[in-house]
Design a protein around this ligand. Structure first.
Ligand SMILES: NC(=O)c1ccc[n+]([C@@H]2O[C@H](COP(=O)([O-])OP(=O)(O)OC[C@H]3O[C@@H](n4cnc5c(N)ncnc54)[C@H](O)[C@@H]3O)[C@@H](O)[C@H]2O)c1
Length: 433
């Protein structure tokens, strides 16, 4: 990745989206270092690390060294965004162009792309295949890595006076198309993103000498404005085979010996449990075994680590987040607890056993007071994953018309096989009772 414009936006987007690490490689080492510092500020992965290195993409040895150093420092190269490039410094017709200018454009833009794809694909080919997960249970195959190259609208069309840039960007497209079909058999995907005008230092240099260009761009682009680099970064990140929901980061606080408040841990939560035949994942973010909670010597944290929380804990609390695959529906169930439910991402139907139902969208909240219900993830019309968080607090017996309401889990209990305290429900579910 690169230390300016679109490259910087891509690095920041990946750091924010939970990447484990990034390496910024640019001709300008100081700029690369400045981007690593920015990435550290927005990174959401507790293990995140950002490195900077100098590279000249026109130099074979330099590209080889940068790629090798990334693989050795970060362990592997899952994603490569190749954004190093130059614009055409002057508007000139082909008949009036210098051969040296053409050579320079081809050297940086086309040869640079060739060397980056070649070195990165060579490393990726030797990496272990990683299976791609699917919330739908579909076969998505495996990947050794993904390379995204910045082409341009000039990879497709000609712009008056920009012949040398156009030639170099058409060459990039040819390389990308060939690399894509050459390497897919190794589990390596190669794609190009081809924006038109993007507000980066490259374009700013041109508009500084030709201010009338800004008005021309506005008149040509349907949205009537120049794109910004983050919009391009979103497209680049979309091409990486990452799961649909961001990794959750959990921070737990406590005390140091001097009695000051400190962070005890930063991680991704405890006890990830596959549910709904791999189409949902539960993540216990906290649980406590008694009220009030015993915090002495971090006993609460220790207890949560030692045993996975059952669906709810008598006299205690459970904070459970569940990622649902597209269109997943839970079985009807009732837990004798008060559940505070929040939609973190997506859209859900909350259906009660009376047949009444409500739609809950991101940020919506429900208090589920020991009632029989089920959840249906309808995010994106049933095409996208969704995420909900529940805090389950124990409650007393519920009597309706003098009769005590009973809890039941039905087939939901099967999802809790092996969890202490759930044996009776699990056995009943397995025996079809
Ligand atoms: N800005 C636009 O309007 C626009 C539109 C379409 C495509 N693109 C393409 O997107 C890519 C990124 O452009 P940007 O707008 O972010 O430009 P930018 O000028 O902000 O960034 C380009 C980066 O490439 C680096 N670089 C230049 N020569 C190098 C070399 N030999 N070795 C290593 N690094 C080198 C520069 O130091 C700079 O950090 C380019 O390929 C460009 O052609 C840009």
């Amino acid at each position: 990745m690169i230390a300016s414009g679109i490259g910087m936006a891509c690095a920041l987007t990946l750091a924010k989206d939970g990447a484990a690490g990034v390496m910024i490689a640019d001709l300008d080492l100081a700029a690369a270092r400045a981007v690593t510092a920015k990435c550290q500020q927005v990174a959401t992965n507790p293990m995140f690390r950002a490195e900077a290195t100098q590279v000249d993409v026109t130099d074979e040895g330099s590209v080889e060294a940068a790629a090798a150093s990334m693989a050795s420092i970060l362990g592997r190269i899952d994603y490569c965004v190749h954004c190093a490039g130059i614009g055409q410094p002057r508007n000139v017709q082909v008949a009036d162009s210098d051969l040296s200018e053409l050579r320079h454009q081809l050297e940086v833009n086309a040869t640079g792309t060739f060397l980056v794809i070649r070195e990165v694909a060579t490393i990726m080919k030797a990496q272990e295949l990683q299976q791609l997960s699917s919330l739908l249970g579909d076969h998505r195959g495996a990947t050794r890595g993904t390379i995204v190259v910045l082409g341009s609208a000039s990879s497709y069309v000609a712009t008056p006076g920009m012949g040398m840039y156009t030639a170099s960007k058409h060459a990039i497209m040819g390389l990308v198309k060939n690399a894509a079909i050459d390497h897919i058999q190794h589990g390596i995907r190669v794609n190009a993103v081809c924006p038109s005008w993007v507000n980066t230092p490259m374009l700013q240099k041109v508009t500084a000498v030709s201010p009338e260009l800004e008005e021309l761009i506005r008149s040509l682009v349907p949205i009537s404005r120049i794109a910004n680099a983050e919009e391009v970064a979103d497209v680049v990140a979309f091409l990486f085979p990452a799961p649909g929901l961001r990794k959750t980061i959990r921070h737990i606080t406590g005390y140091n010996e001097a009695g000051q408040s400190v962070f005890l841990s930063t991680d991704c939560g405890d006890r990830h449990r596959d549910m709904a035949e791999g189409r949902a994942v539960a993540n216990i973010l906290y649980s406590s075994r008694e009220t009030p909670i015993d915090l002495t010597d971090n006993r609460d944290i220790q207890a949560a680590k030692e045993a996975e929380a059952p669906i709810h804990i008598p006299n205690g609390t459970v904070v459970r987040m569940i990622d649902f695959g597209p269109n997943v529906e839970s079985p009807l169930h009732r837990v004798i607890s008060v559940d505070y439910g929040v939609v973190l991402e997506g859209e859900f139907r909350l259906i009660l056993d009376s047949g009444e139902e409500r739609i809950m969208r991101q940020g919506d909240f429900c208090v589920q007071r020991a009632t029989a219900h089920k959840w249906h993830n309808i995010t994106g019309g049933g095409t996208l994953p969704g995420r909900m968080l529940w805090i389950l607090v124990d409650c007393g017996d519920v009597e309706i018309g003098g009769e005590k309401m009973k809890g039941y889990l039905g087939t939901l209990a099967k999802e809790y096989v092996g969890v202490e305290g759930m044996e009776e429900d699990v056995n009943a579910a397995l025996e079809g009772k």
